[in-house]
Write a protein that binds this ligand. Structure first.
Ligand code: PGA
Length: 246
């Protein structure tokens, strides 16, 4: 049985006062829940959010890490620094990083290795664009992303994968539970080819306009083990409802 995992991706949102109110209210609303949960604020607020989460079971994560351990790389933040500041998780290869920062699968492979070396658990994001889906290429695109980023990975146990169809991110469009389940089952098959031992225990998250209204039917699918939540994670009530649904 895979423990559900729900991760909040705040993206480039938040300020000190907003963060404090958001986390405080979210923790107060969070009643009994079974899921593992992590918040990924912008890196400058990681220490603040670490303090706010101190007396809870909610974990801390980051939205990205460098593919290099340390050195003269202005503006970069290393996986080890994130671990040092209390992060347990790190998002790697979000489609916005792939699109706006030209992150390649080879670069992501290096980031995954760096994260695991620093004892951070990476969440690798994969997903196709609208054009790719319409051209019938969705599975091939996702397979190429998985093979490119995971081909050299040695430890699949400290990893999660998020399927985030690019056309569903921040658009209000969600993949139907059946569409999402079909791709999740496909992803598990691809992982089985890469590492047969961990395919069953690997957690596969769905991301793309997850809301309280669609979370339960997504989580009811056999291969959907949780969610990576953007917009709705900035609303304490909505995010608490999603975590409770998992
Ligand atoms: P969204 O974002 O929930 O706002 O669609 C999800 C994500 O990009 O991780």
């Amino acid at each position: 049985m895979r423990q559900p995992l729900v991760i909040a991706n705040w993206k480039m949102h938040g300020k000190s006062a907003f963060n404090e109110a958001l986390v405080t209210e979210f923790l107060a609303l969070l009643k009994a829940y079974r899921a593992e949960c992590a918040l990924c604020p912008p890196s400058v607020y990681i220490e603040q959010v670490a303090g706010l989460l101190r007396s809870s079971n909610v974990m801390l994560g980051a939205q990205d890490c460098s593919h290099i351990a340390e050195g003269a790389y202005t503006g970069e933040v290393s996986a080890e620094m994130l671990r040092d500041c209390g992060c347990g998780w790190v998002i790697v290869g979000h489609s916005e990083r792939r699109q706006y920062h030209q992150e390649s699968d080879a670069l992501l492979a290096a980031k995954l290795a760096m994260a695991q070396r620093a004892d951070l658990k990476p969440v690798l994001c994969v997903g196709e664009t609208q054009e790719q889906r319409e051209a019938g290429e969705a599975e091939q695109v996702v397979k190429t992303q998985l093979q490119g980023a995971l081909g050299d990975l040695s430890d699949f146990r400290r990893l999660a994968i998020a399927y985030e169809p690019v056309w569903a991110i921040g658009t209000g469009l969600t993949a139907s539970p059946e569409q999402a389940q079909a791709m999740h089952a496909f992803i598990r098959e691809v992982v089985r080819e890469l590492d047969a031992r961990s395919a069953e225990s690997l957690r596969l998250l769905y991301g793309g306009s997850v809301k309280p209204g669609n979370a339960a039917e997504l989580f009811a699918q056999a291969d959907i083990d949780g969610a990576l939540v953007g917009g709705a994670s900035l609303d304490p009530e909505a995010f608490a409802a999603i975590v409770s649904a998992a």
